[in-house]
Design a protein around this ligand. Structure first.
Ligand code: ADP
Ligand code: CIR
Length: 354
């Protein structure tokens, strides 16, 4: 099927999905389709690559993925509208990266009682600037990226020093255990699958972690790289300071990451652009989560609730993953403060419902 026919067919299916609330459906107009459907990026990616997941999965919240870093330029009329809507910004003028001064942080443990927060995690995503994203990647590209990434990771020192475990050859039991402990990813996200995220699985994918499993790196999961700092309890300061240390070390290790003026760091999903930072707690909130005002409460504080095994999963025993929703249009330290204010409000509300 030629590109134009395929794009037209996907568009028709999208229009027919009248129950869909995706940002893709809200912003892909007839006019934008006509302008973009036959264009190709420098990596050979197409609009079809970017919208396939959102069309096949009408329940998508976003419904759009960038086939490669150049998609944000080639398909800007669509991407810009979706990005502004998701991150709630009027202009795409993402500020310069600023992680704040680790010596001057005005927060520490968000739950000194230790009764509500089970664990805390902060992650950022990074993309190698010379490579595309899953729809345009070859098996060889993934292998080459894995090699480059592991070379840099092996230079880490001190508490960040660790070992790389490729997924290829890892036993199912080890994978299950690491997943049950919330350390490892899998290939079960149908949105990502439809976008080509699991092509050539598991080649080129793996996980790096230190002895204590407080610093981890995902290689070629959704993004080329995800740097993760996590630990039990609610000490956001310790978790954040460790992540900042890792980001700084890896940025000066010879790797070069994709960035664009106004958009910050580039990622596969437009929801992760900018800071790419998601700071979360696993928190016991049986009362607030059961209340009809839960969603409105999250919206008020720009926080997002996810299930216990990540996005598109369910909660267990009233434990939710609460994180900052916006990642673009604010600095890293501002994103952390947004999450921190949200979590403090969640705790106060849960107690008040007691
Ligand atoms: P991300 O996009 O940040 O990688 P996902 O929603 O896909 O997030 O979740 C990835 C994994 O991280 C899942 O296994 C999830 O349970 C785990 N996770 C997220 N936040 C926390 C947290 N605060 N404590 C422990 N595990 C977490
Ligand atoms: C959706 O639109 O709901 C999915 N494509 C996921 C969007 C955000 N999450 C992500 O990138 N992991």
């Amino acid at each position: 099927m030629d590109l134009e026919t395929e794009a037209n067919n996907l568009f028709r299916k999208l229009r027919e999905a009248t129950d869909s609330k995706s940002l893709l459906r809200a912003h892909l107009t007839c006019n934008i389709l006509a302008r973009l459907k036959c264009l190709k990026t420098k990596f050979g990616g197409t609009l079809v690559d970017c919208i396939r997941s959102g069309v096949e999965n009408p329940e998508s919240g976003v419904g759009l993925y960038a086939c490669d870093p150049d998609a944000y330029t080639t398909f800007a009329p669509l991407f810009d509208a979706v990005i502004k809507d998701y991150h709630k910004v009027k202009k795409l003028d993402h500020p310069k990266s600023d992680f704040g001064d680790p010596e001057k942080l005005d927060f520490e443990d968000l739950d000194p009682s230790g009764k509500m927060i089970v664990s805390t995690r902060v992650r950022v995503g990074r993309s190698h600037d010379k490579f595309g994203f899953p729809p345009v990647l070859t098996k060889e590209d993934r292998i080459e990226m894995e090699k480059k990434s592991v070379e840099a990771l092996q230079k880490l020192e001190g508490e960040l020093k660790g070992t790389y475990y490729p997924l290829t050859g890892m036993s199912k039991e080890t994978q299950k255990q690491l997943m049950d402990e919330h350390f490892l990813f899998n290939d079960s996200d149908r949105y990502l699958r439809a976008a080509g995220g699991y092509n050539d699985w598991p080649t080129g994918r793996g996980i790096f972690f230190n002895d204590k499993k407080t610093f981890l790196v995902w290689v070629n999961e959704e993004d080329h790289l995800r740097f993760i700092s996590m630990q039990k309890g609610g000490n956001l300061k310790e978790v954040y300071v460790r992540l900042v240390k890792a980001v700084k070390a890896l940025e000066s290790s010879g790797l070069s990451f994709a960035k664009r003026k106004g958009l910050g760091y580039l990622t596969f999903c437009p929801s992760n652009l900018g800071t790419t930072l998601r700071a979360s707690v696993h928190i016991k909130i049986p009362k607030l989560s059961a209340s009809p005002e839960f969603q409105a409460f999250c919206d008020k504080y720009n926080i997002q609730a996810r299930g216990i095994h990540g996005e598109h999963t369910e909660s267990e025993g009233g434990v939710y993953d609460i994180s900052n929703k916006r990642r673009l249009g604010l600095t890293e330290i501002q994103a952390i403060q947004e999450m921190r204010r949200g979590v403090e409000a969640v705790i106060a509300k849960e107690i008040s419902l007691g």
